[in-house]
Design a protein around this ligand. Sequence first.
Ligand SMILES: NC(=O)c1ccc[n+]([C@@H]2O[C@H](COP(=O)([O-])OP(=O)(O)OC[C@H]3O[C@@H](n4cnc5c(N)ncnc54)[C@H](O)[C@@H]3O)[C@@H](O)[C@H]2O)c1
Length: 304
Amino acid sequence: MARLEGKVAVVTGAGRGIGREIAMLMASEGAKVVVNDLGGNTDGTGTTMIADDVANEIKALGGEAVGNTDSVAEVSGGEGILKTAIDNFGQLDILVNNAGILRDRTIFKMEESDWDAVMAVHLKGHYCCSRPFARYIRENNHTGARIINFSSVSGLYGNFGQANYGAAKAGIAGFSRVLALELAKYACTVNTISPGALTRMTIPLREGRGETVGDSEIEQSGPQHIAPIVAWLATDEAAGISAEIFHTGYGGVSIMQQPAVIKQFKKKDGVWSLDELDKIVPQLLEAKKANEAAAKEAGAPIEV
Ligand SMILES: NC(=O)c1ccc[n+]([C@@H]2O[C@H](COP(=O)([O-])OP(=O)(O)OC[C@H]3O[C@@H](n4cnc5c(N)ncnc54)[C@H](O)[C@@H]3O)[C@@H](O)[C@H]2O)c1
């Protein structure tokens, strides 16, 4: 039996790349899908009608889908996406906030427009699409919904030349943790994906380093490898799993650590002196190093 039968899903940025694979897999698992994409260039400029192409592909395979070209970066766009789901399929159960762009520059060269465009699509885009869905959930007392957000190691670890993107992607992880708390009452889970896949967003970065990306590598490491954990998180089997970050791609599925205190000194009276901190900070750094080494060992891939 298809695992998403009776569910309606919105996948943003589903005209290509990771979003397209998620839309196709969810549809093949029985979900009715709103394929959202304004069909822009990687830097967010331009528009094309690729959302309809993917919706038509799904229909040609016997599934149900509708295209939508609203921008996730606008409040009216997020509302339009929800309306498309309700008008066409009568409900919404799953929101995948996947749409994204890049404007890579070091801080020395980053213009305000580069900062604003990336923040608008990624961080504000998550807000624009999630708020109408959250309100819909509350107004209809709709339980068991799913929100799946897209972060990146760029924000979770840091990546040179991506201060705008990294800040937005780290913000999305924080946004997801708060939403998970606020929507728990409605048994709506909110999880975050940190993907790694060869798409038009990442292939040029590899090629820029002088590497060639062939078909066999795309088969091994393409966006199709991201879709399964996203679709699984939308199933009934994933009920109760919330506020987690799953890193996936290149054949791996992993769960990531969340920020947590790993060692602490507490002063009984008074304020820390700088001389005391001379002694304590190196011990904190040592504890962090040991924690990282243990996490690295525990996180080594297990072949299955
Ligand atoms: N590919 C990776 O390795 C990787 C790594 C980390 C994070 N991500 C994240 O995964 C998501 C998907 O990335 P991808 O690699 O498939 O990229 P992609 O460029 O192939 O697809 C992104 C899609 O989002 C659409 N989009 C952009 N702005 C939009 C807007 N305002 N409204 C609606 N649609 C819009 C684009 O038209 C595009 O089709 C992004 O959020 C990206 O930041 C990808």
